[in-house]
Unconditional design. Structure first.
Length: 340
């Protein structure tokens, strides 16, 4: 039996490795990673089952396995509660530091909705006796589980696309995405992106730093000009800097930056804040731009809130596809309940 589970695990691992090597900029990277972990767990379970006699003769190993089993169960039970608490606490920190704005309420709102879904929603399901109520409950429950699973796969994919074994990529261009300035001064968030780009420039000496960002409301100059001044102050040579000064969105950052590149198939590194990397890579893929993404760090409390915004942005980009999936599932549920 263990031979079969190992074979399945090996096949899934090859699929995952192929996706990561060929095109990791999609949810398939996270989905394949998830199934690799599932197959690995099943394989290890079969190994432990076949070696049960040996384990029975070694009490220490049994105690360790029992401890790990209960630890896993506790983690599974406590994880949703911990998730609610973390998002709520960090959401309060965002509001305290960044102010009471709609975009800063996402973490708190997510924690409240998740708490309601876990604690209140099952009680509503118990009370739903009629066919219509049970059907609506099943559709809403399935939709919620689907979105949460989608969020988990998005998270896996985003993390996988941030992992790089080396900084030296023989890059031709290191594109640093702008994110707003105060007057003519870069913000700490933008400064972290520029410094990450400079760090990668040291590892890719043949590359140039392409600073991308136009002039938005409340900005005295284009973002790329402020970014260039910051990079020059950090010791980057002027001939190593190119400015893209027209873009006002991530999509335009990528599109207009690509237009400034004089090579037909350049090696490109995209630099932005860590939580923003994966969505930027998806947009680059849609534009036919081959690249990898490196993330700049930011404060943890801000990252969770910003990550939720990025996920909402991803849903806006792909809502038709996911609406079709939920619609088909809802149709099947209605057919089952009403025996159509």
């Amino acid at each position: 039996m263990w031979q079969i589970t190992f074979f399945v695990f090996f096949i899934m691992f090859c699929i995952f490795a192929g996706i990561m090597a060929y095109e990791p900029r999609s949810l398939w990277s996270g989905i394949s990673f998830f199934w690799v972990m599932i197959c690995l767990a099943v394989f290890l379970f079969c190994i432990l089952s076949e070696w049960s006699d040996w384990l029975a003769a070694h009490e220490g190993a049994i105690y360790i396995l029992v401890f790990l089993f209960f630890l896993t169960i506790i983690c599974m039970v406590m994880f949703p509660a911990a998730l609610v608490i973390v998002f709520f606490v960090e959401g309060i920190k965002v509001i305290r530091h960044e102010g009471m704005k709609a975009s800063n309420l996402l973490s708190v709102l997510f924690s409240v909705l998740l708490c309601c879904y876990l604690a209140v929603w099952p009680m509503i399901g118990i009370r739903g006796k009629n066919t219509l109520g049970a059907t609506l409950y099943a559709i809403i429950s399935l939709s919620s589980v689907y979105v949460l699973a989608l969020m988990a796969m998005y998270s896996f994919s985003a993390i996988l696309n941030l992992i790089h074994l080396k900084k030296a990529r023989n890059a031709d261009y290191i594109v640093v995405l702008g994110c707003g300035i105060i007057g003519s001064r870069v913000t700490p968030l933008l400064a972290a992106r520029i410094e990450r780009g400079i760090e990668l420039l040291h590892s890719n000496p043949n590359a140039v730093l392409l600073l991308s960002g136009g002039q938005g409301p409340g900005e005295d100059i284009p973002e790329s000009q402020a970014m260039a001044a910051y990079a020059l102050d950090k010791g980057v040579a002027a001939e190593k800097i190119i400015m893209e000064q027209k873009s006002v969105s991530t999509l335009e950052n990528l599109r207009f930056s690509r237009a400034l590149m004089d090579k037909p198939k350049p090696e490109i590194i995209i630099v932005t804040t860590a939580y923003h990397v994966f969505r930027a890579l998806i947009l680059a893929k849609q534009e036919g731009i081959g690249c990898v993404g490196f993330g700049a760090k930011t404060k943890w409390y801000f990252t969770l809130n910003a990550f939720l915004r990025e996920f909402v942005g991803y849903l806006r980009m792909t809502w038709k596809k996911h609406a079709c999936v939920i619609g088909v599932a809802a149709g099947i549920i209605i057919a089952i309940y009403f025996r159509v």
